[in-house]
Design a binder for this molecule. Structure first.
Ligand SMILES: NC(=O)c1ccc[n+]([C@@H]2O[C@H](COP(=O)([O-])OP(=O)(O)OC[C@H]3O[C@@H](n4cnc5c(N)ncnc54)[C@H](OP(=O)(O)O)[C@@H]3O)[C@@H](O)[C@H]2O)c1
Length: 307
């Protein structure tokens, strides 16, 4: 099968297409014919080698774990899925490829859910729900989201707004109207953030979700008057500042919760912005954009155009 491999750490140019063996599903696994793969900043961090100290990657490797595809073969003991089922979720093996293996972290794709959107949902939905839960934000409260125009930030913002939370979100000047369209009170990131947020929320913010990881934790602590109810998913300074850094594990992947978010998307209550799609062979172009930090929404690789 065709796959995009990383054989040495580096810039987007290290991503290269190669012919590799089609994987065979083990017990409890299915093989997926991949239709779409979500491109995550995490993939780019693995590719560059910056994650090596915390998370070792054996090379060569195939990146990608956020998938939408069709069940193509069943491993021993799989009874809840059948060949031909259309699914979305997380793969066990690298999904920048024509085929990948997946375990139980799959949702049968609801009828009418667009393939690109399906591949853009799992990580943003799981991460948002996990952190909103950790922060314990409730109706009537005010939540500050750093990076509310990003794939995770936009999802978290909309899920919070749907719960009756007032969301103040940061984004570049170009994305202020986008945030307004999501029901978010927008502001820009960078110098003067504390004053801008205080002007928008004179009674203070109840919680802070940092999706950007761009040095906004000290401002967040100032706005909160301490470290309570601040969570980051991306700032390595978290530990030294006494802020929880939340990372997802397989145990956090709730298929019923993913189904509920997919329903919100289908009913138009939550919008998923797919900024661009690229053919699998052009994964390097997608990584150049994701490395910029301003993708403008989710990037998706099209592996197969069937569906
Ligand atoms: N720990 C976890 O469980 C977990 C899970 C998922 C993702 N992540 C991490 O979370 C981060 C966000 O992921 P994503 O998929 O949402 O990325 P993304 O779609 O690329 O979004 C990046 C966001 O950062 C904003 N941004 C860019 N430069 C900034 C700056 N200098 N200051 C403040 N904000 C800035 C962008 O705003 P503009 O585009 O408007 O400039 C955008 O809102 C990544 O680092 C990713 O690896 C962690």
């Amino acid at each position: 099968m065709k796959a995009v491999l990383v054989s040495s750490f580096g810039g987007p140019e290290v991503l290269h297409e190669a012919e590799v063996d089609k994987p065979a599903p083990g017990a409890g696994q299915v093989r997926l014919a991949i239709r779409r793969v979500g491109v995550n900043p995490f993939d780019a961090k693995l590719r560059s080698g910056v994650m090596e100290a915390a998370f070792h990657t054996e090379l060569p490797t195939i990146l990608g774990m956020e998938v939408a595809g069709v069940v193509d073969a069943l491993g021993e003991g799989v009874t809840d899925l059948k060949v031909g089922d259309e699914v979305l979720g997380w793969s066990d093996t690298g999904a920048y490829a024509e085929y990948a293996l997946a375990g139980p972290s799959l949702l049968v794709k609801p009828a009418g859910l667009d393939w690109d959107v399906a591949a853009a949902l799992p990580v943003a939905a799981e991460t948002s729900l996990r952190v909103l839960h950790l922060l314990g934000v409730a109706s009537g409260e005010t939540l500050l989201i750093h990076g509310a125009s990003g794939a995770v930030g936009a999802m978290a913002a909309q899920l919070a707004v749907a719960r009756g939370v007032t969301v103040i979100g940061t984004a570049s000047a170009a994305n202020q109207d986008y945030l307004t369209s999501l029901g978010v009170t927008p502001t820009t990131y960078g110098d003067g953030l504390v004053e801008r947020v205080r002007a928008l929320a004179p009674n203070g913010v109840d919680a802070v979700f940092d999706t950007a990881g761009r040095g906004a934790l000290p401002d967040s602590i100032e706005l909160r008057g301490g470290t309570e109810r601040i969570v980051t998913i991306a700032d390595q300074a978290a530990q030294s500042l006494g802020i929880p850094f939340s990372s997802g594990t397989a145990a956090d992947r709730s298929i019923p919760e993913l189904a509920a978010v997919a329903d919100q998307v289908l009913s138009g209550k939550v919008v998923v912005t797919v900024a661009a799609t690229y053919p699998l062979a052009e994964a390097a172009r997608a990584h150049t954009v994701i490395d910029s930090g301003h993708a403008g929404g989710k990037l998706v690789l099209t592996v197969s155009r069937t569906g």
